[in-house]
Design a binder for this molecule. Structure first.
Ligand code: SAJ
Length: 423
């Protein structure tokens, strides 16, 4: 009988790793969170969190106060290691595994026989096998799966995070888990750890399948959003109201079209489909086309705003929202940021940006001329054109009479009287 896992080291304290570390600590495990960013380490050790996510600050604060969560820049020996570092794309849409490699290299010196290594970072198929081979090269005296009859070896599994920003703590516990092991014992050992806090089902499989499951989920959503965005373009061309079209088409019992919008942002859906395209380029015409459709959406919005601005002299344009979606502060890959930047570059007018969730401008917009961040009231008072880019609650609830006399470009269908099924 293998001893229970008592200590866990979580590598990467972002949107995935930090909630995971805090939840594990809240279940009585002794957790060391590791991040290469010194500011992140300092903040968390003070019980503060560097990201906006409901209830996360309370959980982290409690975990730090009880001493169950400690944070450092380097890993230490533990019974289990969870790798939750970013896997970005390079300029050619190829996955960049440098952070996974660095995290793997950092745990190699502290690994001991019987330890469990789990990769949670969204990764191309084959990454878990690569992690095993890197560890093997660094620690040839240890045994790795498949380890035959050896009693103690390094268990290695892949289990993708599937949490939705804005609902992370809830979904971390409630969602089902897919756990792919490099062998069955690895999957079972990982499932034992997840069952300490997951209320959903734990489904065991092999690592390659688990890696592709995650990529398939996000690509499925991207393709479906691309369909909605393509329908919005078709409607514009044919003079049909897309929101009415959706509300009627979605009354069919087997039709459930998602919402068109200004594009797809965030660090997952706008990125992960490329991992599949990169691994199987000849088989992924649809997935690639969906990415291209969604990536082109900001240009449609810019063209609409520019056309409206051209009819006014010295137009003032209020751009509402910079986050990649409603009610969060995350601006990574945000189409709203792209749109604001393109509008500023085209010099179509003076731009008033409103983002109620942060006073911090993203790097892409720092120092950009003809652009200022203002409060919602000021923007609504001054603007000739109001462009709704993110359906934040603060915007959904504004008094509609304040939009009268203005040109309104509502990219999310938020101010429609007859919202579609998904609103
Ligand atoms: N969007 C639309 N229309 C829609 C739905 C979304 O334009 O009908 C846009 C959003 O505005 C946003 C983007 O798509 O810009 C992505 O938002 P999202 O809410 O669809 O997804 P994410 O990126 O916040 O989280 C996704 C989730 N994956 C799926 O729903 C399949 C989440 O479960 C994953 O854990 C997460 O990616 C991740 O980390 O991979």
């Amino acid at each position: 009988m293998k001893p229970d896992i008592k200590t866990v080291c979580v590598l990467g304290l972002g949107y995935v790793g930090l909630p995971m570390a805090a939840v594990l600590a809240s279940r009585g495990l002794s957790v060391l969170g590791v991040d290469i960013n010194e500011q992140t380490v300092t903040l968390i050790n003070q019980g503060k969190v560097p990201i906006v996510e409901p209830d996360l600050d309370i959980l982290v604060n409690a975990a730090v106060a009880t001493g169950r969560l400690k944070v450092a820049a380097r890993p230490a020996p533990a019974d289990a290691f969870i790798i939750a570092v970013p896997t970005p794309l390079d300029a050619g849409h190829k996955p960049d595994l440098a952070h996974v490699r660095a995290a793997t290299d950092s745990i190699a010196p502290v690994l001991k026989a019987g330890d469990l290594v789990i990769i949670e970072s969204t990764s191309p198929v084959g990454t878990t096998e690569a992690v095993a081979s890197w560890l093997k090269a660094a620690r040839p005296e240890l045994a790795f799966p498949p380890a035959g009859r050896r009693a103690a070896y390094i268990y290695i599994a892949y289990s993708p995070e599937r949490v939705l920003p804005g609902r992370i703590l809830l979904e971390l516990v409630e969602n089902d888990r897919v756990i792919g092991g490099l062998d069955t014992a690895s999957a079972e050992r990982a499932a034992g750890l997840y069952r300490r806090f997951v209320k959903g089902e734990c489904y065991l499989t092999d690592a390659r399948t688990a890696e592709l499951v995650k990529l398939a989920e996000n690509s499925y959503r991207d393709v479906n959003i691309a369909f909605a965005n393509e329908m919005a373009r078709v409607c514009d061309r044919l003079g049909v109201d897309v929101w009415q079209l959706l509300s009627l088409a979605n009354r069919h019992p087997r039709v459930d079209i998602l919402k068109p919008g200004p594009g797809v942002g965030g660090h997952c859906i706008a990125v992960d489909p490329w991992f599949i395209v990169d691994s199987a380029p000849a088989e992924t015409a649809l997935i690639r086309a969906a990415r291209q459709v969604n990536d082109a959406r900001p240009l449609d919005v810019v063209a609409k705003v520019a056309a409206a601005a051209a009819r006014l002299s010295r137009p003032r344009i209020a751009c509402l929202g910079l986050a990649y979606k409603a009610d969060i502060d995350d601006m990574r890959e945000s189409p709203a940021v792209k749109i604001v930047r393109l509008l500023a570059e085209k010099a179509v007018g003076e731009i008033l940006v409103v983002e109620p969730h942060t006073q911090r401008m993203p790097p892409e917009l720092v120092g950009v001329p003809r652009l200022q961040q203002v409060e919602l009231d000021a923007a609504l008072d001054q603007a000739d054109i109001v462009v709704l880019l993110v359906d934040h609650l603060a915007f959904r609830s504004i008094d509609r009479s304040r939009l009268a006399e203005k040109v309104v470009i509502d990219t999310r269908g938020t101010w429609r009287d007859t919202p579609p099924k998904h609103a």
